[in-house]
Design a protein around this ligand. Structure first.
Ligand code: MTE
Length: 312
């Protein structure tokens, strides 16, 4: 992000899965009279009937949904590469078994396996806008659970102010870790009231299937009112603390990437405008919206934070 300005974001339209194909898939399964059994059939790669999860449209039904092929082949995951075409390299990441360590201000620190955690969480599907600070954007159906459900499961005590999440570091499978200029591991955090907001989501699935490795398998944060860099991928640790974390990008360049990083078209990045965005696969730029279009859900979080730099 720091080094490369975005380029080449228009993958040719012909490489994209037609959106209708995804939308029609549910109808086709229904029409065939097949339920969870068919969804779990080998070859369909739809983990044991958990996906697609029931849709929750409470936060809107943004359109048009980005072609699956684009959202899964144009990614940011610096652990693998600083280029966008990292999806192949990411397939080397081992995601099973996967353990998440919970520490800090909690009743009792513990570790939990991803499968055990998933079995306890209320799965649903939400279609969210996703806006990268580099100005590309997409609209995708995430499956997962509210971050609040995960926070409650962790049992925080004594009113922690922040939740901090870290990405896995496996030098054997992640060549990007050799780039010593980056302050690994990838760390991100939210204030606790942000984490408890209805919109904050943990994604374990994408397009009605388990989330691909390149998009942050097996679990990642999705905070759609913030620039995409807040949405940390492949989480292995969660800490509750009173100390505001200095996140990956902030450590690297605090004058360009701050803690809050709320989307605001009126506040330019020091090196480019944030007024418009380029939906992946589209030939045209469209206006960017305050809080990425989610002001009704999140603006209240910031009314008393007037002294903070909220939009970078
Ligand atoms: N998480 C980790 N661990 N490493 C990264 O490089 N990139 C961030 C975020 N989470 C990143 C990360 C950025 S800049 C963006 S825009 C989103 O992931 C991209 O998510 P996507 O590839 O699923 O679209």
């Amino acid at each position: 992000m720091l080094i490369k300005l975005p380029k080449g974001w228009e993958l040719p339209e012909r490489t994209a899965t037609p959106e209708g194909l995804y939308l029609r898939r549910r109808e086709a399964v229904k029409a065939m009279g097949l339920g969870a059994v068919a969804i779990a059939a080998p070859g369909l790669a739809l983990a044991d009937g958990k996906y697609p999860a029931p849709r929750n449209d409470k936060f809107g039904k943004p359109e048009p949904i980005t072609a699956e092929k684009l959202a899964t082949t144009y990614n940011n995951f610096y652990e693998f590469s600083d280029g966008k075409d990292l999806w192949r390299a990411a397939q080397k990441m081992k995601i099973s078994p996967w353990t998440i360590k919970v520490s800090g201000k909690v009743e009792k620190p513990f570790e939990v396996g991803f499968d055990d955690l998933l079995a306890k969480m209320p799965l649903e599907e939400r279609v969210y806008r996703h806006r990268c600070v580099e100005t590309w954007s997409m609209i995708v159906p995430w499956s997962g659970f509210p971050l609040r459900a995960l926070v409650d499961y962790c049992k925080p005590v004594n009113n922690p102010q922040y939740i901090v999440m870290k990405t896995a570091m496996d030098p054997k499978t992640m060549p990007g870790l050799e780039e010593v200029v980056y302050p690994w591991p990838y760390i991100e955090g939210l204030a606790m009231d942000e984490a408890m907001n209805d919109l904050a989501f943990v994604a374990t699935g994408l397009y009605g299937k388990p989330i691909p490795k390149q998009n942050g398998a097996p679990l990642r944060l999705v905070a759609p009112w913030k620039y995409g860099f807040k949405s940390v991928k492949s989480i292995v640790s969660i800490e509750f603390t009173d100390k505001r974390p200095v996140s990956f990008w902030e450590k690297l360049q605090a004058s360009e990437y701050g803690f809050w990083a709320n989307v605001n078209p009126k506040v330019p990045h020091p090196r480019w405008s944030q007024a418009t965005e380029k939906p992946l696969g589209s030939g045209e730029r469209i206006p960017t919206q305050l809080y990425n279009g989610y002001a009704e859900f999140v603006a209240g979080l910031y009314t008393n934070r007037t002294a903070e730099k909220l939009y970078m």
